[in-house]
Design a protein around this ligand. Sequence first.
Ligand code: TXA
Ligand code: MG
Length: 348
Amino acid sequence: KTEIVKIDSEHIEEDRIRRAGDIIKEGGLVAFPTETVYGLGGDALDADSSRKIYAAKGRPSDNPLIVHIADFAELEKIVTEVPKEAVQLADAFWPGPLTMILNKNEKVPYETTGGMDTVAIRMPSHPVALAFIRAGGGYIAGPSANTSGKPSPTLAEHVALDLDGKIPMILDGGEVGIGIESTIVDLTEDVPMILRPGYITPEMIEKVIGEVKVDPGIIASDSAKKPKAPGMKYKHYAPKADLVLVDGESGAVVEKINTLAQEMEAQGKKVGIIATDETEKYYKTGEILSIGARDDEDAIARHLYRILREFDDMDVEQIYSESFETPRIGQAIMNRLLKAAGHQVIHV
Ligand code: TXA
Ligand code: MG
């Protein structure tokens, strides 16, 4: 039985955090809120804890975990060296939704890094996450707290649906703020490379450390280019339904989706539509969910995974989604949507 423990971010109940930290120190797992998505925490320096994480998520063990820290001083204890870019990026974006890849030292077991000599490290900004990391000994391995293949959890309820009975405790800090996973930047290359787009954009990173590349493997639809972050190769973030994106001028998109939805329903399929506040009233059929206002990128990011899960709950079989050319975090949002859609896009 999994215990769900409510935590008030503004007045963190010390005894509850201590109990969560004790579970980690004894080698157990606790799901916890971060500002991006919920994480599934275990002691990152303990091989057995990492094995348990893979088992609970049903995740392939070659897909490395992110190590969460709460104090910058912890960084140098688990890597071979701290490059100056890491210091600059930490100054600019930590605590926050940025993960850095560095060369690991012998303290970090290969079970945590999926056999790699590098380690992903992030200092989250969520106050509950920070308190929990400290209570758990300072190094918390934390993949997203979903079953492998499902959309990442943005609510404690999502975690419970996926992991109930598999872990002793979920810290419930309410809905997360950002809703998509952290940006990953690899600092082990000559030119730093973005391995996963997120809330922190390549432009924001370039302002701090100069030129960065974006891993071509994360935008390509063909499998010829293999993404460098092992996790990016899986078609995860996936709902149960088939998802198709429709891209183009707004009026034409609505018309196309209406036609497609009617055709699918004529075949007896249950249809879901991801609309926006501006367009939702123009859809004629199916389960219509608005993701937010078109120009509110933060809302779109925050609602995406919840909407995919809601369609799952309604047993929707076919989802049509508008695409979002949001300038700031749009690349990150479209990356998630394209992956969930297995890159099926109709241009109108
Ligand atoms: O926002 C986040 O980053 C959330 C919260 C909980 O912090 N965590 C998260 O973890 O998204 P996860 O495990 O779902 O995704 C980690 C990604 C995977 O794609 C993995 O392959 C990649 O990071 N990764 C981890 N270590 C790596 C390494 N050493 N080299 C390359 N990619 C790595
Ligand atoms: Mg994940």
